[in-house]
Design a protein around this ligand. Structure first.
Ligand code: TXA
Ligand code: MG
Length: 353
């Protein structure tokens, strides 16, 4: 079922969400917009439903899912009652609803063990999107939802991305227009009196520090985790977001040097017969020539870079680009999450000039 509710009347909008919630309660999968990316939801209390998520995405079963709830009250029963610390409460007050996933000790028996991939913890968040919130309220169950892409592909920021990846494999899609932030939620866990950022995302390190100024905050998102290791956020070890072609990132302090190196690199690839692509920012587009030069937002507005990133990676595939050079962005604010995803997409190939 496909519901386009972006410009629907109030009655049609309401009707679509009632039907989508019913599908969820019946154990089906439903894709829906959040303020980060589109999620593929299923009833977290049902193993049969959660299994459908893993199957539709081709997701490895040892990568746990984030549970979405409509409000803080839904935490009771889901996580261990005595597990909530003051720091957790401060984070919820500051960032929920919003792009922050908090990893907490799971109340055993509350959700399917498939959601947590056998861990004793569960990642929970309250999304800041009217469609997601109404769907969650209507469904009345905690909803497990990874990003609604095929495993390994860039996350979907439009309903059309979900269709391209999962059409025919899921129960329904609620099309609520473009997602907001463009990169996924920040995943955090409290341990040993410190806050660990397991995955950088929509809530920045700077924002976390403002809420917990007295706490040590560690970036635990090690960039190059080998498949044999057991990383803190299990999802970190898999290939992610990668376009079909070869991609590497060019970074450095001198924009002119970056431009010179990058264009030379692309020219060399072109002369080898490659179809070439450049991922840059709107300010720098005039500097380059390649088969496809894409502006990934504007350096003047870092938020616009996050919003444009995944769609840009998909566009290279649509044009059959086999060799891509991407410009890096400053790693402050949302730029940290952008570079984290870009490095993964580029298989950690980074050239410093
Ligand atoms: O913004 C988002 O978080 C989106 C929207 C749909 O909410 N969802 C999302 O889910 O990005 P997914 O499955 O693509 O990424 C979930 C991440 C993975 O890196 C996973 O390993 C980590 O969260 N994670 C989930 N549960 C965890 C846990 N108990 N402990 C540590 N990491 C966990
Ligand atoms: Mg994902």
């Amino acid at each position: 079922v496909y519901w386009k509710i972006e410009e629907a009347s109030a009655a049609d909008y309401r009707q679509a969400l009632i039907e989508a919630a019913r599908l969820l309660r019946q154990g089906e999968t439903v894709a829906f917009p959040t303020e980060t990316v589109y999620g593929l939801g299923a009833d977290a209390t049902s193993s049969a439903a959660v299994e459908r998520i893993f199957k539709a995405k081709g997701r490895p079963s040892d990568n746990p899912l984030i549970v979405h709830i409509a409000d803080e009250d839904q935490l009771s029963g889901l996580v261990q009652a005595d597990a909530l610390q003051d720091a957790h409460r401060a984070l919820m007050r500051a960032f929920w609803p919003g792009p922050l996933t908090i990893v907490l000790p799971v109340q055993s028996g509350s959700i399917s063990p498939l959601v947590t991939a056998g861990l004793t913890t569960v990642g929970v968040r309250v999304p800041d999107h009217p469609v997601a919130l109404e769907l969650l309220r209507e469904a009345g169950v905690p909803v497990a939802a990874p990003s609604a892409n095929s495993s390994g592909r860039p996350s979907p920021t439009l309903a059309s991305h979900v269709r391209d990846d999962l059409d025919g494999r899921i129960g329904g899609i609620v099309d609520g227009g473009p997602a907001g932030v463009g990169v996924e939620s920040t995943v955090v866990q409290l341990a040993d009196g410190a806050l660990y950022v397991l995955r950088p995302g929509g809530v920045t390190m700077e924002q976390l520090q403002r809420v917990l100024p007295l706490m040590r905050i560690h970036a635990a998102a090690h960039e190059e985790v080998r498949a044999s290791e057991t990383p803190r956020a299990p999802g970190m070890k898999y290939t992610h977001y990668a376009p079909q072609g070869y991609m590497h990132i060019v970074s450095g302090d001198d924009p002119a040097a970056i431009a010179a190196w990058l264009q030379q690199d692309i020219d060399a690839a072109k002369s080898r017969g490659e179809t070439t692509g450049i991922l840059t920012f709107s300010e720098h587009v005039p500097r380059y020539s390649a088969d496809l030069v894409l502006a990934c937002g504007s350096l003047a507005e870092p938020e616009s870079i996050a919003q444009a990133l995944y769609a840009a990676l998909r566009t290279f595939d649509e044009h059959g680009i086999r060799y891509i050079a991407a410009e890096g962005c400053p790693e402050t604010g949302i730029g940290q999450a952008v570079m984290n995803r870009l490095r993964k997409a580029a298989g950690h190939r980074l050239v410093q000039v």
